[in-house]
Ligand binder design. Structure first.
Ligand SMILES: *Cc1c(COP(=O)(O)O)cnc(C)c1O
Length: 349
């Protein structure tokens, strides 16, 4: 592989430390990992290898195609691999080749399909406790919809876990807790990353963090417990001095007040460095901050290099604090991670 002009530095230690912190905060509950969307953009296989190595035993993906890409790793380690989006008619051909994968059934039709297609095989079930996204109504479950089905984990999902004071949290928790003992499920699971910070009442038997594993901080309760996993670095392709009164980039949105050294860097919105970070993002040369100036282009951006002597061929690192970058851009931490492009040279340390 030729050396590429931008890189994603990925820290195994940070990923594992985040999982361990979330496992500790989960108390007596087991701590799984959501690795859907290619491990939130970081690379699901690399993430899964490291989390299994750390002791994680429950992995969640969105689709059967995602499960197919990870099944060999999960099988080898005796780990549960679970498909959150259930079992469509079109997924049936996958059942035979992925014999250990469990779907999370979320409609009565899916339960019927599972009874027909895989009698006796364990599955998981999603209950809708108020989010009105995927899931079966609690009443249908109490009425016996799951009788005779081998349910490993009964789960539900919180709509407002990142707003700890929101009344929905307790309402959903109470509806879910009321199902304890009403099914033959071996385990119950409710909390995502932010849900873990809501406290022990929300942990049940298994937690399902995603974002916080990858360095996101969705709730103040996790501040300090989570460290960044991914850092973007990019190469300086050209340095210039922009004379006072001249402008930089598309639509000439930035104008030099004084003669300003500017570094043009190989990074743009096609790499997931969002256009919303125009005039708002920040890179660093060592500790020296280099603000993004003007519009972020598709493959390039400009930095105000007054704080450091930057030269062509140097590398700069970008702010990896997802809370900062989300606040600066107005783009959610989830979108920042899952939007990372495919052009980076990925370096796991
Ligand atoms: C994505 C997802 C999670 C993980 O959520 P985070 O907010 O990223 O921690 C957990 N459970 C379900 C059902 C999900 O879809």
């Amino acid at each position: 592989m030729s050396h590429r002009p931008n890189r994603l530095y990925l820290s195994s230690d940070a990923l594992v430390a985040n999982w361990r912190a979330l496992a500790r905060l989960s108390g007596v509950a087991a701590c799984g990992a959501a690795v859907k969307a290619d491990g939130y953009g970081l690379g699901a296989r690399a993430v899964v290898e490291r989390l299994i190595g750390a002791g994680c035993r429950d992995l969640f993906v969105a689709t059967w195609a995602e499960a197919d890409g990870l099944a060999d790793l999960a099988d080898a380690a005796g780990v549960s691999l679970v498909v959150l989006h259930g079992l469509r008619e079109a997924d049936l051909p996958m059942l035979g080749s992925l014999p250990k994968v469990r779907p999370v059934l979320s409609t009565a039709a899916q339960v019927a399909r599972w009874r027909d297609a895989a009698p006796g095989r364990p599955c998981d079930v999603m209950v809708d406790t108020g989010m009105n996204r995927l899931g079966i109504a609690p009443g249908e479950i109490v009425a016996g919809l799951l009788d005779g089905v081998d349910v490993d984990t009964l789960m539900s999902h919180l709509a407002c876990a990142d707003e700890p004071a929101h009344a929905m949290n307790e309402a959903q928790r109470a509806r879910f807790a009321a199902l304890a003992g009403r099914t033959a499920a071996r385990r119950m699971s409710l909390a995502n990353s932010a849900g873990i910070a809501l406290g022990a009442d929300y942990h049940f038997d298994l937690t399902r963090p995603g974002l916080a594993l990858y360095g996101g901080v969705p709730a103040a309760g996790l501040t300090g417990a989570i460290c960044p996993v991914a850092t973007i670095a990019a190469e300086v392709l050209q340095c210039r001095v922009v004379r006072a009164g001249e402008t930089v980039g598309y639509n000439a949105t930035w104008r030099a007040a004084v003669d300003t050294p500017v570094a043009i860097v190989n990074l743009g919105y096609a790499d997931g460095y969002r256009r919303a970070l125009s005039d708002r993002g920040c890179a660093f040369a060592g500790d020296a901050p280099l603000p993004v100036i003007g519009r972020v282009s598709m493959d390039l951006l400009a930095l105000d290099a007054r704080a450091a002597a930057v030269r062509e061929g140097d590398w700069v690192r970008f702010d990896d604090d997802l809370v900062h970058v989300a606040a600066a851009s107005g783009v959610s931490q989830y979108e920042l991670l899952t939007g990372l492009g495919q052009r980076y040279e990925r370096h796991w340390s």
